[in-house]
Design a protein around this ligand. Structure first.
Ligand SMILES: C[S@@+](CC[C@H](N)C(=O)[O-])C[C@H]1O[C@@H](n2cnc3c(N)ncnc32)[C@H](O)[C@@H]1O
Length: 238
């Protein structure tokens, strides 16, 4: 199966190590205006948090299963963002927006050769002066920490294996789930993801002309260095 089908049901439960609160602090200080889009919104954690702050939000994702989780989560949270199933390269709102976000690896799913086109599409969605905040898992993280490595989690009802193999442009990931059914038997399901390891200079070349930008290390909020695992860019539409 392709990415984010089986994983969708378990995504929130398995995402215990991502600092959404820290991310929201950055967004709270950077985002101005009322109307925005959360690209690659997944299960809607950021879309919903911003909607709860009174923002008029659209969440865009390519995975119907992730959007199903987002719809469920937003009902539970008592907010009603608009969720749209689309490739982010094709998303075009009816009018220009005040900000855009793309949180937790969304742009690692975009191949190198499509990155500039995606940034152009995002730029076309935004008013002049609007902020675009996104992050990427660094080349160091993908190739040296995650690549050619296997991770697992073992719960009573779910065992999850995450096996990664590097290639020149990034990492191919095979996810295997053993899911306990009501009959006491486990079902094995698999899906594959490809994440692209973008070089910082390539990202900034692709942003250039459309956005002014600054980058920092998400964990330390300091300078990006050779061992930065997540780089966060705060961009402003020219
Ligand atoms: C790691 S998840 C991040 C989800 C969410 N932003 C979060 O912070 O939890 C990456 C998401 O990107 C979505 N995605 C990947 N490629 C995409 C594309 N080309 N267009 C839209 N969504 C995409 C996946 O379906 C998945 O939901």
């Amino acid at each position: 199966m392709s990415g984010y089908s089986v994983l969708a049901s378990y995504y929130d439960r398995l995402m215990t190590d991502f600092d959404y609160d820290g991310y929201l602090k950055v967004l709270d200080s950077e985002l101005k205006g009322t109307e925005g889009v959360d690209l690659c919104c997944g299960s809607g954690r950021i879309t919903i948090a911003l909607a709860k702050r009174g923002k008029k939000m659209t969440g865009v994702d390519i995975s119907a299963e992730m959007l199903g989780e987002a719809a469920k989560n937003s009902r539970e949270a008592g907010v009603i963002p608009l969720f749209v199933q689309s490739d982010i390269a094709d998303f075009a709102p009816p009018h220009k927006l005040d900000f855009a976000t793309c949180v937790c690896d969304g742009l690692n799913y975009v191949p190198q050769k499509k990155l500039a086109a995606v940034f152009s599409a995002v730029a076309d969605c935004l008013k002049s002066g609007a902020k675009f905040v996104f992050d990427l898992s660094s080349e160091y993280k993908l190739k040296k920490i995650i690549g050619n490595n296997v991770f697992f989690e073992d719960h009573d009802d779910l065992t999850y294996l995450w096996a990664n193999e590097t290639f020149s442009g990034g990492v191919r990931m095979e996810l295997t789930f053993f899911i306990l059914g009501e009959d006491g038997k486990y079902t094995k399901l698999t899906e594959e993801h490809t994440q692209y390891a973008h070089k910082r200079e390539d990202v900034e070349k692709a942003l250039d002309g459309k956005f002014a930008f600054r980058a920092f290390d998400f964990a330390t909020t300091g300078e990006v260095n050779a061992k930065t695992v997540r780089i966060l860019w705060v961009c402003e539409r020219k």
